[in-house]
Every structure is written in C-alpha cells, then in structure tokens.
Design a protein around this ligand. Sequence first.
Ligand code: HGY
Ligand code: MN
Ligand code: MN
Length: 409
Amino acid sequence: MKINYPRLKSRIDALAEISPIEGGGNCRLALTDEDKHGRDLVVSWMRELDLEISIDTVGNIIGTWNTAELSPVMSGSHIDTVRTGGRFDGCYGVLAALEVIQTCQDAKIKPPRPLAVGVFTDEEGARFAPDMLGSLVYVGGMAVETALDILAIDGAKFGDELVRIGYAGPAPCPGISPHAFVELHIEQGPMLEANNTRIGAVTSVQGISWREVTILGQSNHAGTTPMSLRHDPAYVAAEITVFVRNLALELGGDQVCTVGKVDLHPNLTNVVPARATLTLDMRNTDENLLQLAEKRIADFLTKIADSEGVKISTRVLARFEPVVFDDRVVACVEQIAKQHGHTVRRMPSGAGHDAQMLARVCPSGMIFVPSVKGISHNPAEFTTDADLEAGANILLHAMLSLTTLETQA
Ligand code: HGY
Ligand code: MN
Ligand code: MN
C-alpha cells in the first residue's frame, strides 16, 4: 500500500497559499488570522475524511478516524510558522498524517486501533513562548490557565487570541494519551544530506533553554555624553551576543547559542538607549553541558552589569530537558525504512518538536527527511518530492505497525 503523493503535494501547496511570503514560504504566527485560515483549511480536509474532530481548551485540533474504545495511534505536528517560515516545517507532518488516513480509507482497511492526527497549537513559540506550547498543555505539562494568560511578543493574551480566532475548544487538557505517537518532519538541519541518507530514525530531542534578558541602563544624549559616563544597554547586548557565540564554540559538540531577537528603547539614532531586551536560545543534547552554559552566561551577566553599571534581569521563556524516544518506535521507523530500501540513520533532533511532549505520555518517535542545504526557518526551506513521498510512506507503515505495539507493563 502506498500513499497518494500528488494528493499530499496538492494539500501542501494549498496550505502554502495561506499567507505566502517572498521566496515561497509562509508567515502564520500562532493564533493570528493567518493561523486561523490555515486551521480552517485543515479542519475542512478532516471533515472531508469524516474524522471525529475535537478542539481543546488551548486550540489543539485532533482528528480521529475509526474511533473506538482503544486509544489511537496518533501522528501530527503543527501548522503555525515562524515569521519567515518554510512551507514544510510542521505542515508536512500534519498533511502526511491526513494522507495516511485517506490511503487507509481508500484501501478499505480496518486497523485494529483508531488513527488520529494532531494539529498542535503554537509549536513555534515565536509569538507566545514557550515553543511546543499546545502539545505541552495537551500532555499535562502546563496548566491550561497558565497558557491562557501568556502574553505575546506583541502584547496580546493567548486566551483572548484563541477566542478571537474561534479555536477555544471544549475538549479538556490533558487530552487522550495515544497508544503511540510518531511525527514526520523535515530535519531542518544538514545531517541527512551530508551523510547522503534519506530517512532519519530520530532517537532524541536536545535540551532547550530560552531566556529573555532585560538590560536597564541610562538613556542619554549621543553627542554630549562622554564614553566614560555611559551605561549603555546596546553595548551590553552586543557583548552578550559575542559571549554566547564564543561560549558555544568553546563548549563545542552539540552546543548552540542564538540571540534571535533584540529590541532597543527608545531605538533612535541620537539616543544612548535606556533599555535593551534580547532573547537567548541555548541547546545541547547533554543536560549537564546545557546547565554549564546557563551558569557561565549567568556569571557573565553579573560581571558585565557591574562593569557597565547597568541592571540586568532574566526571565525563563522555555526550559525542556533532552528527551529520548522509545527505542521500539525508533526501531520500527528504522526497520520500515530499510524494508522500503531507503538509507536510514539514527540521529538526534536539533529542533524541538511536539513528539518530545507526547513522549511524556506514550511511546513516541519521529521520522526525518532531508532539508536541502540544511536550511529551515527560512522561505528557502526545501525537500525533494522523492524524499517527501518516501517519508510519508514510512509514516503510513509505521502508524499501522504501531497499532499492534505491546503496551509495556
Ligand atoms: O524551536 C524549535 O526548535 C521549534 O522550531 N519550535
Ligand atoms: Mn516544526
Ligand atoms: Mn519550526
């Protein structure tokens, strides 16, 4: 049995028509009108497949086929994007899971368990931190009330936006724990391409540590204030950016550090800023090294606050330890890839994914397909048709295989 790739591709292209940006990607930040339009389109496809559709209190959409007493094998991902997103990140996994169900319906097979597709809210965390917010609440990792109170980078409140776009659903969180969960996703990195490998059997997701750093200095006249009298938050922000880059290079291995967002106030040419706010994204597959990086950065902030005479405060935006996937799911992906004649390698995920949250409540895993030049979170994100089709066929057989996965005592 094989998926109908032209049908899958036409859905990927149709979803990519919603809020397209230059270069072929999308901007559908969580809970914006653009996100709503994407949600409405996917829900319409779920209706066409006659799925039982449930929307929960943080807007997660779960479409289930062949609903029965038994818990479903679930797949899925997200359709919200970063501001300069590609068309495959998340969307590919959601639409491939829909395609798996439609392929099973066409073949008139009756799996021993229901199959379900999850569209999880705010996976990117770009507008409302943390990332994987919807799936975190779905598995009981954050209270609904806490999520509803989260403020966006543009000041909007999560709960208000959810109501505004019409996706404040009735279904309770935590949601139903699946029998097993497997997510198909583009790798978003260079490893598969560099190793000339088509399928990634993902073994783990690295730890993630997001911080917002606020630096309060003294705004002053850019022309009259001698350098020796300055308490300049923009200078401190720049020093922090250089420090975290050098720290990542020093720690080596999987350590990465990113300053992705910097805001200055009042952000004017002739004013030494009063305030700088920046975000730190630190990741490592090794929890101890991630904690070491956090400590080194905290010490540096104390030192530079003292030397520049500024006040520095930090706020945790996200903190997830590394997650190891159930080896039975990893082995299932690996085996099916080999049976289909594809090259496959076990590998960690550098990016965060909803599967890392579902792993808290059921045996979970992921399937990766290559990203050309390892590019993602960029409209130039691209994966070939052959790789997209191969990944979706692996997902089809992995979901069916997991319907008979023994529940571990
Ligand atoms: O941040 C991440 O890794 C994911 O794209 N949300
Ligand atoms: Mn993603
Ligand atoms: Mn992403």
